[in-house]
Design a binder for this molecule. Structure first.
Ligand code: PEP
Ligand code: MG
Length: 326
């Protein structure tokens, strides 16, 4: 059945009543690009760039990064490729970066915090490579910032992008002007979603980290694994609040955490109003099939009921009443 689904859903999908949902792939290494295209990804919703920095003694230079971003764009000539800037710290250590020993690495120097601080040089090099690649991509490349918690961080990053653009122009190097987006993976970003959506081109909800921070339970810690379940009402409400903040702005909103790749949650996510879902390529055919079987009006009703739930148990019971359940 999976093979059939992959063939049938090679193009863009809409719900049964015509609401378009972009279904994209999360990619952590270029070796995954061909598989993502084969499984019908519309584009890349999260291109993790840590692979460029791992298993080596020194960081990749601008040209090496430029080539890697071009390779991703070549795999999706008609789709959007969203490249996340380096997201180290927390659970993603890199030896030569000399990361601090921290008592609470998930609450320390991670993601955008390092890019605006200790890794400012790396950030500049990465932005140069990204803007150059965007120049070749006719609008298909976008840049996404991890772990944003404040409007100041977004504005500082946007200023760095402007400075890099001006520098490239001064050197006569061709470049593009990629869309700039924010990963919503902290409760602060949820609460500031209106202000972030007014400034960014898009928001993408990273539920792996968001569930960890909303429920105060370290990801990867088996003893608190239940608290990472995105079906907890607090996590659902955080997602809903983010989506509502984007409505009425020019921005769009997607999801690139593991939650997006669970076909049993597709109807709920459509009902919550997400424009895009990005996931491990393996689940794309099933999620696309679910989107096409979903009625957006029914999905909205399901989402409204789920948002009134008091407990995860109630959410699970609601989901099990979907007609699609096998
Ligand atoms: C997330 O946090 O949901 C996410 C997609 O990013 P990562 O898993 O790489 O931290
Ligand atoms: Mg994350």
């Amino acid at each position: 059945e999976r093979e059939d689904a992959a063939e049938v859903h090679a193009g863009a999908v809409t719900t049964a009543d015509g609401v378009p949902i972009e279904v994209a792939a999360n990619v952590g290494h270029p070796s995954e690009l061909a598989g993502a295209a084969d499984r019908g990804a519309d584009g890349i919703g999260l291109f993790r760039t840590e692979f460029l920095f791992l298993d080596r003694e020194t960081p990749p230079d601008e040209d090496e990064q430029y080539e890697a971003y071009r390779e991703a764009l070549r795999a999706f000539p008609d789709g959007r490729v969203i490249v996340r800037t380096l997201d180290v710290g927390g659970d993603k250590p890199i030896p030569y970066l000399d990361l601090p020993e921290e008592e609470n690495p998930f609450l320390g120097e991670r993601g955008i915090r390092r890019s605006l601080g200790a890794d400012a040089d790396l950030f500049e090099t990465q932005l140069r490579a990204l803007l150059r690649a965007a120049g070749d991509a006719q609008g298909g490349l976008a840049v996404m910032l991890p772990l944003v918690a404040t409007v100041e961080e977004f504005e500082a990053a946007a200023e760095r992008v402007e400075a890099v653009a001006a520098a490239l122009d001064g050197e006569g190097i061709a470049r593009g002007a990629p869309d700039l987006g924010v990963m919503v993976e902290t409760p602060a970003a949820v609460l500031l979603a209106p202000e972030l959506a007014a400034r960014a081109d898009f928001l993408s909800i990273g539920t792996n980290d968001l569930a960890q921070y909303v429920n105060a339970a370290a990801r990867g810690d088996e003893r608190v694994a239940d608290l990472h379940d995105p079906r907890h009402p607090a996590v659902l409400r955080a997602v809903a609040r983010t989506v509502e903040a984007v409505r009425g702005t020019d921005a769009w909103v997607g999801m690139c955490g593991e939650m997006a790749g669970d076909p049993d949650l597709t109807e709920l996510l459509v009902g919550l109003g997400l424009d895009e879902l990005s996931m491990s390529a393996v689940t794309i055919p099933d999620v696309k099939a679910r989107v096409e079987r979903t009625n957006a009006a029914d999905a909205r009703e399901l989402a409204e009921r789920a948002l009134r739930a008091h407990t995860k148990r109630e959410v699970i019971d609601l989901l099990s009443q979907q007609p699609d359940q096998p």
